[in-house]
Ligand binder design. Structure first.
Ligand code: XMP
Length: 327
């Protein structure tokens, strides 16, 4: 496996299922040769990149892969369950599922500053992963879902999923089978590996997850309102053909309330903000023009189905001036 970080000039762009199959075969052979009969560890977030790496490794070395999924409580509705269903039940992977929800939410309690929240989530993630790694014996390799844009940008975007910051005794040799692939190539490979479309064509999701959409100090009830409203938005976007068209769409639940009326009684509840944007590189973004009828329908569903919510707003702000996330 190449140790440098430049995509080989003669590497063919993966544009067809046949080319994806060819890549898979070659990678499986390389992984087998690199790993031999040793064990390899992977932090499996359930995002496209780590899922594709997991599927490649399962194909190459089967049970020698130990995939660790940390549920930090800030994932979208159904995501941790999907990771277990796909990797443990269907692909028969050696999956360690870590329920760290209370741990993360306790650490985050009362913390309102966005950067502080990010730091806590990142640090706690590494701590949990480290603990799991220490429980295992005989690990020789650490697999990562690094992709080519991560290398090109080498930005902080994936910092907490890339567990390179592990202490000395947990410094394993790296396995990065998709590090020269662009996102569309990773998706094509994932599809050919038989991963579900809902995983392969997933919209971008920030490492700190719902944590940066439950603004200010996270509370469990507001996080629940966020998860439920996000699930409704995603369901409606899928039903109405917007899911594959809009680059990123989600809800935000801010940490303030407003008055409302429900069942002839005055209410004092949270608003839900909908954000749906299109972009090429996330540096600038435009707002999707969602049909009004659909916005009304989604609003109606959210205010009736999500406890603690009495208002829905649509964020019409492009980037600049608004960032895509609210924190
Ligand atoms: P902003 O909000 O800066 O977001 O316009 C641009 C893109 O980056 C994602 N994002 C993050 N991704 N960790 C991540 O992995 C983060 O802390 C983070 N903050 C923003 C955001 O979802 C959007 O796609």
């Amino acid at each position: 496996m190449s140790t440098n970080n430049v995509r080989p000039a003669d590497m063919e762009r993966i544009t067809t299922p046949a080319l994806a199959q060819k890549f898979i075969q070659e990678q499986v052979e390389e992984l087998k040769a690199q790993i031999g009969d040793k064990k390899v560890l992977l932090a499996l977030s359930g995002g496209v990149d780590s899922s594709v790496v997991a599927a490649l490794l399962i194909k190459a070395v089967g049970q020698q892969l130990v995939a660790v999924h940390v549920n930090h409580g800030l994932l979208r509705k159904g995501e941790p369950e999907q990771v277990v269903r796909v990797f443990r039940d269907q692909l028969k992977a050696n999956l360690v599922y870590v329920d760290a929800v209370d741990r993360f939410l306790d650490k985050l309690a009362g913390v309102a500053d966005p950067e502080q929240k990010r730091k806590i989530i990142g640090a706690e993630f590494i701590r949990v992963f480290e603990e799991e790694a220490r429980k295992l014996s005989g690990i020789s390799f650490l697999a990562q879902g690094t992709i080519y844009p991560d290398i090109l940008e080498s930005g902080p975007v994936k910092s907490h999923h890339n567990v390179g910051g592990l202490p000395e005794d947990l410094q394993f040799e790296l396995v990065e089978p998709v590090k020269f692939l662009f996102k569309d190539e990773v998706r094509m490979v994932g599809k050919e590996l038989g991963l579900p479309d809902s995983m392969v064509f997933r919209q971008p999701f920030p490492g700190p997850g719902l944590g940066v959409r439950c603004t200010g100090a996270i509370t469990r009830d507001r996080l629940e309102a966020l998860r439920e409203s996000d699930a409704i938005l995603r369901e409606e976007f899928e039903k109405n053909g917007l899911a594959g068209k809009v680059w990123q769409y989600f809800t935000i639940v801010p940490d303030y309330k407003s008055t409302g009326v429900k069942n002839d009684k005055r209410s004092w509840d949270w608003p839900v903000i909908i954000r749906a944007v299109n972009t090429r590189d996330a540096m600038t973004a435009t707002v999707e023009e969602i049909p009004y009828a659909l916005l009304h329908h989604i609003t109606q569903r959210i205010v009736t189905e999500v406890p603690g919510v009495n208002r829905v707003l649509y964020d019409l702000t492009p980037k600049p001036t608004g960032t895509i996330e609210w924190e």
